[in-house]
Design a protein around this ligand. Structure first.
Ligand SMILES: [Zn+2]
Length: 277
């Protein structure tokens, strides 16, 4: 069920105001799909400023962030509260100053979310409720929007994150499945994008032809662990993502996948591993 007032809020969020004008010498936007096994952790950086979307499964995410010269976070965003997305979040909250923590607001139902609650309370972490103003880093704009579904599963309560710089757009939707993808499509806020993170680690229940037709990504990144017991990514889902010779990068094959976007919205892809796709 979709709540109309929330839809209106989402529509306003989608229109929003402009990001700051482009300045000469603006640092590149880097989106790192970190290789954290069967889990999600996406680090977004503009110069020294950073935003983290999900924190992998374990505390060693802290060391990974330090290797990327992270010393604080403009925001930490939890797409949803499963272990493979917030398992390392308590360590991140404990070790880094964080301006705000954005989450789906569901009650703590597992050890990882109780740990986050404990550390958020201990550190006085700001946890504003939605709707959220976009996070603006120079001319990069990061919009975070909640699930429009009521009483949905944890996966279908995932937050959406849209990263924009000029004509470049990257869309992250946590472990959203078909009901949530369809609900977002119905709101009209989902644009054509440059980069799409495959939802739910490339599962069959997390992509439809309609989702691909609307987002029409040039490139898809699947955050997935080698030999995972779920069979992710699903062969049929892979066929959807690969239509039209679209490039698909998998963290189990390519390691960390980095998208670097210049101040004109032009991008290039690099990987930490030897296999580009
Ligand atoms: Zn997951």
């Amino acid at each position: 069920m979709v709540r109309l007032p929330q839809l209106l809020a989402l529509a306003v969020l989608a229109i929003g105001g402009p990001a700051s004008p482009r300045q000469p010498g603006t640092p590149p936007l880097e989106i790192h799909f970190l290789d954290v096994g069967q889990a999600d952790a996406i680090l977004i950086k503009v110069g020294a400023r950073a935003v983290l979307v999900d924190a992998g499964r374990a505390d060693d995410i802290v060391q990974v962030l330090r290797e990327f010269q992270v010393d604080s976070l403009e925001a930490a965003i939890a797409s949803h509260n499963h272990d493979d997305h917030i398992g390392g979040m308590n360590a991140v909250i404990a070790d880094f100053p964080i301006k705000r923590y954005l989450a789906n607001g569901r009650p703590a139902e597992n050890g990882a979310s109780r740990d986050v609650e404990e550390w958020a309370a201990r550190t006085g972490l700001a946890r504003p409720p939605p709707p959220w103003d976009p996070i603006v880093l120079d001319d990069v704009r990061i919009s975070v929007f909640p699930s429009p579904l009521v009483d949905a599963t944890e996966n279908n309560s995932s937050l959406g994150v849209l990263v924009e710089r000029g004509s470049f757009r990257a869309l992250l939707t946590g472990d959203s499945e078909v009901p949530l993808l369809n609900a977002w499509l119905a709101t009209g806020i989902i644009p054509r994008v440059t980069v799409l993170k495959a939802a739910h680690h490339g599962a069959r229940d997390a992509v439809t032809p309609g989702w691909i037709n609307r987002t029409r990504p040039e490139l898809v990144v699947i955050s997935v662990g080698a030999g995972n017991p779920y069979g992710h990514p699903d062969p049929m889902a892979l066929r959807y993502y690969q239509t039209g010779q679209r490039r698909v990068y998998r963290t189990d094959l390519a390691g960390t996948v980095t998208i670097t976007v210049d101040d004109r919205g032009r991008y290039r892809v690099s990987t930490s591993g030897p296999t580009p796709r």
